[in-house]
Design a protein. Structure first.
Lengths: 398, 398
């Protein structure tokens, strides 16, 4: 087992160590919630200021042309594309993951008109499962089938997460994609919990969606992304057929005519101020070697699992290759345990009913951080420091 | 006809004159595009900085509770509600007008299941008409009918703009709403071009949608809003059934169960950084007497129409009570005319095929501004200054 000095030595040798300085991290905190909301990139504050004061303030409506606001959904998409194994002109950024999933599912059912089944995993992040239910309800004669049934031969589409939000379990994208497509269904991947934590490749999928505010560090509620495989660009329909997906938005025609390429999946006015932070975050990712990120992620999660040992029951897969960049444990009193831990400067989060989650963002979390987090967690458990009534009170957002 | 000194005297007597200091306006420009993108409120820059550096940067994921991010869609909705004649708990903020219109139309067709007609006006802003077409296409057996046909007795829903984006023509909300509802259809108003320019009252409508980046000055791509009449709160369905509209989002249930009240129309993670600018903009509106805004708006548009006189053909209604806060004119070479005008510091915009638009935001546009704008416009026309090839080249966004 590594002691703290050995962890410090690993930090000193870490090829990614310089990236930590690019983020604002509060003093005295080990922030293991980068899988929920990534830390603030230093350059984001200045980038947002520039958009508000110099672009909006001085260029005003001219910013649509001069500052490139109009094309942001596509320029940000091109910049983000390598992080998911996609190429230029295949990714559009905007709105939220939920809305992007709705667009993907609706497009998929239109591409497979005879098939009245949407397959989703009840263990997907709930919003994905809910939006599948919402679409099926609107369509009337559609069924949402549990992925565990394993039947895809009458399904229009299958929606799955690459990495499970609760357990951190990782699915094998190539084999699942191939199995679904061989059955004649379309494959939609949600990569919210993998993008920015490992090498993601959705290039064989039909659609993929994800958010940018977790490992990508683009800020609370930053715009989401939608990948559309080029083989569907000419035929897939965007049910959210807003004017920014029109072939000629400024012709103000009365009939919707979809744009060429992935632009048809743009909806309407992009959230420009939120895009500014995303652009700053992507400037960091331009320089990040993802293989090193994954190697360090595996090392960090493995170290944490080893240090926690038998003190808690592991929820995540024990084999590091089978999980993302998070480690989850069971504890029947998980909520007060997490509150007690946060009170001592180690920030993880809680997922009902009984899961403690710890996310390891390799750009700003080091080996000594992991050691400190595990030491504090063991102390909270050993001394039962969580048995304090102030930790029982639930906050609105857990 | 008023001369410039008379206009300066009116500015000196203007009860709204102090508001101009709350906005950043570029030197030497008369900005008559506030109906497209409102000017930057000075406080917005600081409010956005605080959200990025103090909230995201220091509170990190804790901002969902501490900074109130989680409730922003409802708190901003309550703050905005008086601007549209609504009460607390009736408005949810987020996403875009197009997406809000989709939610409203989809909810409406679910509330009127036997009626397979969506009525829209081809002169609505195109995205509204397009999204109606997208929904009808997805549903399969629905028709989008032209409002001009005047038949609503078999319609599920009617979608109209209070103020026409091209002409500035204003519809009479109470009588149209009553007519539509008497025919058994539901009424959805788009108030993008009226909110913040006049007293809006959608309280008799079934739904209303609008944006916050025009007269409300909340910044490029600021979140939109959706009003849902309380009589529908228990029964209307949000087809974009994301987790933030769930009764207990943090229970992570597998089945969608809608929240009580208007919260069920929330979708997913709000665009927090964009919300910051909206909150700053609404701090201004808290203090604005809307009757004075409308009175000044009528005076400004009337003055501009008078000063332009016969030099251009008026597109907008001549009667000020029948228009919003914009004035539009025809010109066969409208595009180069507008480019020439902008080149001389008077910013309006162009709407295909031949419309020059001028928007008058009473919080920061004064009578002398109107005089200067008209003088420059008359000079551009009189001397044919627009006949210059550099004004012919089209920009991406017009």
């Amino acid at each position: 087992m590594l002691d703290r000095d050995a962890c410090l030595a690993l930090d000193a040798d870490d090829p990614l160590r310089a990236f930590k300085n690019e983020f604002v991290l509060p003093e005295g905190v080990v922030y293991l919630v980068g899988n929920s909301l990534g830390a603030l990139p230093r350059r984001a504050a200045e980038r947002v200021r520039r958009t508000v004061e110099d672009e909006w303030g001085r260029q005003l409506v001219g910013g649509w042309n001069q500052a490139g606001w109009y094309d942001q959904p596509l320029t940000a998409g091109d910049r983000l594309a390598p992080l998911i194994g996609a190429g230029p002109g295949q990714v559009v950024v905007g709105n939220t993951t939920t809305i992007a999933a709705y667009q993907a599912l609706a497009a998929a059912v239109r591409l497979r008109p005879g098939r009245k089944v949407i397959v989703s995993d009840p263990r997907n992040f709930p919003t994905d499962h809910y939006i599948a239910q919402g679409l099926a309800r609107l369509l009337g004669d559609y069924e949402v089938r549990d992925y565990a049934e394993g039947r895809f031969d009458d399904a229009a589409v299958v929606l799955l997460s690459e990495v499970d939000y609760r357990t951190g379990a990782r699915r094998h994208v190539p084999s699942v994609t191939a199995q679904v497509q061989e059955a004649g269904a379309l494959m939609v991947w949600d990569v919210c919990h993998s993008v920015g934590a490992m090498e993601v490749d959705v290039s064989q999928a039909d659609f993929a969606v994800g958010c940018t505010y977790k490992y990508l560090n683009a800020g609370p509620g930053a715009p989401a992304f939608l990948y559309v495989n080029p083989r569907h660009h000419a035929t897939a329909e965007n049910v959210l057929s807003g004017w920014h997906g029109h072939a000629e938005p400024f012709a103000f025609e009365t009939g919707y005519r979809p744009a060429e390429g992935v632009r048809r999946f743009a909806v309407s006015t992009p959230h420009v101020v939120s895009f500014a932070a995303l652009e700053a975050a992507l400037e960091v990712w331009d320089r990040v070697p993802m293989a090193q990120v994954r190697a360090k992620s595996v090392a960090l999660t493995s170290l944490f699992v080893d240090l926690v040992g038998d003190a808690l029951k592991l929820v995540s897969p024990a084999e590091p290759e089978s999980r993302g960049s998070q480690v989850s444990f069971h504890h029947p009193d998980g909520y007060p345990v997490m509150r007690a831990l946060i009170d001592r400067g180690v920030h993880g989060d809680f997922r009902a009913p009984d899961v403690l989650r710890f996310g390891f963002a390799p750009l700003y979390i080091g080996y000594a951080d992991v050691h400190d987090a595990a030491t504090t967690l063991l102390e909270v458990l050993d001394k039962e420091l969580w048995r304090d009534e102030r930790y029982a009170r639930r906050l609105a957002v857990t």
